[in-house]
Design a protein around this ligand. Structure first.
Ligand SMILES: [Fe+2]
Ligand SMILES: [Fe+2]
Length: 148
């Protein structure tokens, strides 16, 4: 028997834009949870904007995504500073560059010169790349020294 999906009641995971499995865990529980939260906000933004076409809701979610991203970055930077990770300055620079880039892209999106899918694709690629490569580097460094 065919099951007809109701878009109002289906959980977001059925239409997820970014699968959590695309991101390998880095093995630091707090940051894995924070990465997962960012993935959830990206998926919620996709669902609100691209599937349900609810721009007001999408804006609310985007603000939460930016807030959670800033918090996550400062949490990582605090730990890297405390533990003396040698590349912490360049890692923090990647974070601050992203915040500037997201702010610019968000402005273009609000002005109508950038599509929701382009904004989402940028966020997705950045999050996967940063987590799998840069975050993994500090995680390996911390773990091999028993610092987490
Ligand atoms: Fe991270
Ligand atoms: Fe990071």
């Amino acid at each position: 028997m065919l099951f007809k999906k109701n878009p109002e009641t289906e959980p977001p995971s059925d239409t997820a834009f970014l699968a959590w499995t695309a991101l390998d865990r880095i093995g630091i529980r707090q940051f894995d949870e924070e990465h997962k939260e960012l993935v959830n906000f990206i998926n919620q933004f996709h669902e609100a904007m691209v599937i349900r076409r609810n721009r007001v809701k999408a804006e609310e979610i985007f603000e939460k995504l930016i807030h959670a991203t800033r918090n996550h970055f400062s949490n990582e930077e605090a730990l890297l500073g405390e533990r003396g990770f040698p590349d912490r300055a360049s890692h923090a620079k990647q974070h601050s560059d992203l915040v500037v880039e997201i702010t610019n892209l968000h402005r273009q999106f609000k002005e109508g010169s950038l599509s929701a899918m382009m904004l989402l694709t940028y966020l997705k690629n950045w999050l996967i790349h940063h987590t799998k490569e840069s975050d993994r580097q500090y995680a390996v460094w911390l773990k091999t020294r028993g610092l987490v």
